[in-house]
Each structure stands twice: as C-alpha cells, then as structure tokens.
Ligand binder design. Structure first.
Ligand code: GDP
Ligand code: IMO
Ligand code: MG
Length: 405
C-alpha cells in the first residue's frame, strides 16, 4: 500500500498526528519536500515530540524513515533533532535514511532570507527555506553528494564570489567545509544511512510507503496564495518529482474543523477578538516551529474545495473538531463574494486576495457524538465531494474515529 498524507489548508492541520496514527502499518515513512520549516507534533502516551526534518516513524516500532531528495536540510538542526530523539529512543537514528541529493541549508541562506523579508514581508519561518530552494533552482546548491565527492570546496568558493558582499563578511569556505564534514560524520556516527533515490528504489518498491507532506496546499509554491507561500511543491506534485514511479493508492488530505495560518497573506475567514482568542487558546494554536501565535478563522469550504481538487485528496481526515465542542454557534464559509460575483471554488490564487466570505451559521455541538457534529461533517462532504474517512478526536495518536465510507 502506498499512501500520501498532506495538508489541505495553510499548514498545521495535524499531519504529524495523522501520520503517527497510521505509521505503524507502513514500512517506510517518507518526507518528500520542505525542511525544518515544518513542525509536526506527535503526542503518544503523554510524550510530546515535534519533528521538523524527521519523518514521523513509529518510534517504538521498527519501520524506517527516509528524508527524500526533494527536501532542504539544515545539518546542524537535523543532528540536534536526532540527538534529542536519541535521549528518549536510544538507537533510533539508525532507522533514518537521508538522500545524498538533498540541498543543504547554509548559513548565508538565513542571512539572505532576513534581507529578503525586509522587502517581501512573507513572515517566513526564518529557516532559510526559500533561498535554499532558490539556489537549487539556480543549479547552485550543495548536497551531501558534494561532501562525499570533494566537489563542495570548489562550489563554496564559487558561491563566495557570487554571494558577496552578503557572504564575504563571514564566509571562510575552508572553515565552512570543515563544519559540514564534521556534521556529515556525526550523521554517520549516529547511524543514519546516506543513500540516494535510485539505490533505495528497489526496497521502496516492495514496501508499504506513507508519504508525509509538510506545509499545506494553500502554501504550495505553484498553487498556493502566491507570493505568500513556501518555496516547495507540497502535495502530490512534490511526491511525483522523485517518486513518479509510485502508484499511490490513497491521497489523504488533512483538514482542521476551522482554519489557521502563520505568517502573512490572504485569509478570507480570519477572525479577531474574543472568539479568535478562545479558539487559539483551546486549540493551542501557537507555531510548533516558531512559537508564533497562529492567525485563526472559520472553516473555509471554497478554499478546501480548491485544495481537494488540485492537491488532490480522495479522502479527508478531519482534525481538531473537539476544539469547537461547546461553541454555541459556528460559522462556515460556503462561498466567496469576489468583486460582486459569487464564487464557489476560487478560480486560482488571485481570488483569495479579493474574497469576502459568505457564511452559513451552524449550531455548535456539545461533543463529537452530537448529531449536530454529523451535520457539520455532511456539509463538508457535500460541499467538497470528498468523504471524511477519519475524525481525529484529540492530540493523542490513538484518538481517532474511523468512519464508514
Ligand atoms: P502539523 O504541522 O500538520 O503536523 O500540525 P502541528 O503539529 O503543527 O499542529 C497541530 C496541533 O494540534 C498539535 O499541537 C497537535 O498535537 C494538535 N492536534 C492534532 N490533532 C488534534 C485533534 O484532533 N484535536 C486536538 N485538540 N488537537 C490536535
Ligand atoms: P507544517 O508542516 C504552517 C509558512 C510560513 C510563511 C510561509 C513561508 O508544520 O504544516 P517558509 O519558512 O516556508 O519560507 O515560510 O509558509 N509555513 C508554515 N505554516 N505550517 C508549516 O509547516 C509551515 N511551513 C511554512 O509561516 O507564511
Ligand atoms: Mg506544523
């Protein structure tokens, strides 16, 4: 079985939770895009873990995790992540594989990002993601392959010339190469296997694979609310860049019962004030990577419809509906008014900037057994044309309700 799990909103939908629930049934958990901008939370038997680079493998089990070649990786924070996991699960690093063709996030990428942010004001996670992908697209990035093959030094020297004056002030290419080699050796010491997408194909082919998406489709570089997006393809297009040979059996889209967004950019159903604060506090809506308070708002069905079509999703896992339990009234956007015209599905990302949401008011549910919650689920299903196959009922990995579809 080959399954894809990815977010359908602006990230933080609970992908970590959903992957950790499904994880034990898969041989491989594969991260295919993004990098440490992701913050995927797992709560298992009271222990809370946040993964940034590492796929959410079944910690107590024996399956393996693969950091695929479409990722951008910061070696020093990856090692910190592994070392902190090692303190709880000694030896776990040996179950991770990293592709030698990942692009490395280097010190100047963060500097470039700070400079860009002054002009663009995207509200990035400041992890150097955009500049690293930019260098990759410009055919100018450094990979683990370069460290292994002594091609890193020449490239670093060439970069120093190009990236001045930003970089010249601090970059000593020999010192940086030494740092990278030390980090690379530490990875090997921990037992992480360095592989590549061709060598690993045979093993993947005969195994069950769960592809773990990062970010959310509305942050996709091509289809998201550009320019307020991340720099990678976050859904099935991101998988197919290196894994086009995989036939995916299920495309599982993860969506919250409301909406959140971190950083700048359009957010038609955003709310502020007392209800927003209640939602933020009850939902613990603070960034898992940066700690920033997340912007919050009502469920946006037009946006969700856009995502299920283009991500795409063949089923939805609904998360965080428990956070709305006890709310007397709930709003759900069922269409947009764009310059006086009714729009049911955004016609590209431009509509998100102009959209005034048209809401329907629903009576809130007391708990997830309440028939009023069923009505909410039916509305989602009818509107999107996609069934809700599972309902997450809390942050714990085991808190999941399987629906008959
Ligand atoms: P991700 O980036 O999509 O993996 O999501 P995050 O981990 O950044 O944010 C989701 C937050 O909601 C985390 O704190 C999870 O522990 C929590 N969470 C996930 N699913 C549920 C749920 O169904 N109910 C509640 N109350 N919390 C949830
Ligand atoms: P997970 O995987 C929520 C947002 C940032 C910013 C924009 C660009 O946990 O859902 P970047 O650092 O990627 O260049 O920032 O994208 N962003 C996320 N928001 N969850 C994430 O990941 C995000 N990764 C990036 O806040 O608006
Ligand atoms: Mg997150």
């Amino acid at each position: 079985m080959k399954v894809a799990v990815y977010g359908l909103q602006w990230g933080d939908e609970g992908k970590g939770k959903v992957v950790s629930y499904l994880s034990k049934d898969f041989d491989w958990i594969v991260r295919y895009s993004g990098g440490p901008n992701a913050g995927h939370t797992i709560v298992k038997e009271g222990i809370k873990l946040v993964h940034h680079h590492l796929p959410c493998i079944d910690h107590g089990g024996s399956n393996r995790g693969y950091l695929g070649p479409g990722m951008v990786v910061d070696l020093s924070t990856l090692i910190e992540e592994l070392e902190s996991l090692e303190r709880i699960f000694p030896g776990i690093s040996k179950r991770f594989y990293i592709d030698k063709y990942v692009s490395l996030i280097l010190p100047w990428h963060k500097l470039e990002e700070s400079a860009l942010e002054k002009a663009e004001n995207i509200g990035t996670t400041k992890r150097g993601i955009g500049p690293t992908y930019k260098d990759r697209t410009a055919r100018f990035s450094i990979t683990l392959y370069d460290i292994e093959n002594d091609t890193a030094f020449e490239k670093l020297k060439a970069m120093k010339a190009i990236k001045s004056p930003l970089v010249n002030s601090f970059l000593d290419e020999a010192a940086l190469l030494k740092d990278l080699e030390t980090l690379y050796n530490r990875l090997l010491e921990l037992g992480v296997k360095v592989t590549d997408f061709v060598s690993i194909k045979e093993d993947l082919e005969k195994s069950s694979i769960l592809f773990e998406g990062s970010q959310g489709f509305l942050l996709d570089i091509n289809c998201g609310t550009y320019p307020y997006v991340t720099s990678a393809q976050v859904a099935s297009a991101g998988i197919s860049s290196f894994f086009s040979w995989v036939k995916i059996d299920r495309y599982i889209g993860v969506a919250k019962a409301y909406t959140t967004r971190v950083g700048e950019g359009p957010f038609p159903t955003e709310i502020k004030g007392e209800i927003a604060q209640k939602l933020r506090e009850r939902g613990g809506e603070y960034g898992a990577t940066t700690g920033r308070p997340r912007r919050v708002g009502w469920l946006d069905l037009p946006a969700l419809k856009y995502s299920v079509i283009f991500a795409p999703a063949t089923e939805i896992v609904l998360t965080k509906a428990d956070v709305l339990s006890g709310f007397e009234k709930i709003k759900v956007a069922i269409s947009y008014n764009v310059k006086g015209k009714r729009v049911d599905t955004p016609r590209g990302f431009g509509d998100f900037f102009e959209a005034e949401p048209v809401y329907t008011d629903l009576a809130g549910w007391t708990d997830l057994n309440d028939p009023l919650f069923e009505e909410f689920v039916s509305l989602m299903e009818e509107f999107t044309g996609v069934k809700v196959s599972m309902v997450s009922t809390g942050p714990e990995t085991s808190q999941m309700l399987i629906k008959e579809v």
